[in-house]
Design a binder for this molecule. Structure first.
Ligand code: NAD
Length: 484
């Protein structure tokens, strides 16, 4: 079995590792130490994408024919291989994405849970039988694979997000072309190698490294029946526009500007724990990261007096330093975006309670202090737009109604969180949040693989990922009436 050359990452097309037809390469850097050049990867061009789609189109009918239970057996072998390679995956994630090794290991184990769930679905991906309108007739529904799908992924969960697309695509009987972020090419190469080693047939799973050019070519090919995309809102909108003319199915998982509401009766210590985890875990680079704390004025100062010392005590380090509480952001662009957001907010009247600066460590990297900004106006740019870094805004409010109005004032709707002891308001909040993933008295990030990963408003379009709802993307529903 060929292995990918880890310092020169190629495309995986039709069962073999191949250089890009264009011959261009990109450089993969360690964000915690830019002296650590991880390697090169192919910067793919449209011809590579066409070859990958050719392979998937040719292989897909055979894969469809073997049925979901046999396909799940292949996924079971993938699971065993990933479990054997947990450390290899976790080290790759930390080295190229930057997150702490414990967070990277958590991402790998979450990928195992995604596989567990998907494998079980092989025996549950049901249609229904239903009463017919005529005698001696059976009426039923069943599912067929969508066809060939394009899977375009971001860098923040370089393993879990590709896994929660590739595993259901393959179980459904689709052929797939994975186009990961150019910031995390290594993890995806290792992932695709695990699928290849597990015996996924030639052509069924193809990997195209590179950036926008490859992504656009994938979206533009009319043989691609659907694009499952996770990333930013502008790119999601561009994909939707590009596919609209041919009614291409899209599953768009986009950005967030997530609120954590703290009411006057909240357990403040629990709220602070949730903020530390939700706002600064993975350096704030999660679509569901807590980025606005909307706190009742009556407990505003008490919350800050607990929160700020905890944030100031966080130790910034490389992801492979086990004492570190927070790692780097992914690149210079993200570092600058965080610093710019802080600068602009301060110019608009916000105050820095802690953090706000880049940090220099003994290795050159992209480190930003965990930052809390207070006195943030609910309609300021900082309070409305995604920062995608370790920067959290504190917005004061008076009571539940105002908190909820501010929470819902943004165009995004990924997650919503409330801390209160009042059961009536807990359930009222579930009705009122204009957001997809809701949390009460717990951190606003993380959901279960058997719950839909779902957003509202501009955070999501199409069938959600994870949970049985995912089959509404990867399969077509058929109805049938059989007269006997
Ligand atoms: P991005 O939109 O810049 O890129 C995402 C992917 O799209 C990459 O693979 C990129 O190469 C590709 N791409 C870029 N332009 C393209 C085009 N025109 N056509 C096709 N593909 C194209 O996002 P990112 O910086 O990698 O990730 C951060 C964003 O992802 C944030 O907005 C974050 O909120 C979002 N995100 C959302 C979820 C979710 O589940 N909703 C999860 C993680 C991240």
């Amino acid at each position: 079995m060929t292995r990918p050359h880890l310092d020169h990452l190629l495309n995986y097309i039709d069962g073999s590792w191949q250089p890009s037809a264009g011959g261009h390469v990109g450089i993969n850097l360690n964000p915690a130490n830019t002296d650590d050049i991880i390697g090169e990867f192919s910067e793919s061009v449209a011809a590579d994408v066409t070859a990958a789609i050719d392979a998937a189109v040719a292989a897909q009918p055979g894969w469809d024919a073997v049925g979901p239970v046999a396909r799940a057996e292949v996924l079971s072998r993938v699971r065993r291989l990933v479990e054997e390679r947990i450390d290899e995956f976790a080290c790759a994630i930390t080295r190229e994405q930057g997150k702490r090794l414990s967070e990277a290991t958590g991402e790998v184990t979450r990928s195992l849970a995604i596989l567990d769930f998907t494998i079980g679905e092989a025996r549950r991906m049901n249609g229904i039988t239903t009463p017919a309108e005529e005698p001696r007739t059976v009426a039923m529904t069943f599912r067929r694979p969508l066809g060939v799908v394009g899977l375009i992924t971001p860098w923040n969960f370089p393993m879990a997000i590709p896994m929660w697309k590739v595993a259901p695509a393959l179980l459904a009987g689709c052929g797939a072309v994975l186009k990961p972020s150019p910031l995390t090419p290594l993890t995806s190469a290792l992932l695709v190698q695990a699928f290849a080693d597990a015996g996924v047939p030639t052509g069924i799973l193809n990997l195209i490294q590179g950036g926008r050019e490859a992504g656009e070519a994938l979206v533009a090919d009319p043989r691609v029946a659907g694009i499952s995309f996770t990333g930013s809102l502008p790119v999601g909108q561009a994909i939707n526009r590009a596919g609209a003319g041919r009614l291409m199915r899209t599953q768009l998982e986009l950005g967030g500007k997530n609120a954590l509401i703290v009411l006057e009766d909240a357990n403040l210590d629990a709220a602070v724990d949730a903020i530390i985890y939700g706002a600064f875990g993975q350096s704030g680079q999660r679509c569901s990261a807590t980025s606005r704390i909307i706190v009742d004025r009556k407990v505003h100062d008490a919350l800050l007096s607990r929160l700020v010392p905890r944030v100031q005590a966080m130790r910034i380090g490389r992801g492979d330093q086990d004492w570190a509480d927070i790692g780097p952001v992914v690149n210079d662009e993200r570092e600058q975006a965080c610093l710019d957001a802080v600068g602009k907010a301060v110019a608009e009247g916000a105050q820095i309670a802690c953090g706000g600066k880049a940090v220099t460590l003994d290795t050159p990297g992209y480190f930003v202090e965990p930052t809390v900004l207070t006195n943030v106006a609910w309609d300021s740019e900082l309070a409305q737009e995604e920062v995608f870094g370790p920067v959290v805004s504190v917005i004061a409010c008076d009571g539940y109604d105002e908190a909820m109005r501010i929470s819902n004032s943004v165009r995004y709707g990924m997650s919503g969180t409330i801390f209160t002891q009042n059961p009536s308001l807990m359930f009222q909040a579930l009705q009122d949040f204009e957001a997809g993933m809701l949390h009460v008295n717990r951190p606003g990030v993380g959901s279960y693989v058997h719950l839909p990963h779902v957003g509202a408003k501009s955070s999501q379009l199409g069938a959600p990922e994870c949970s049985p709802d995912v089959w509404n993307f990867y399969t077509d529903l058929r109805s049938a009436c059989i007269k006997y």
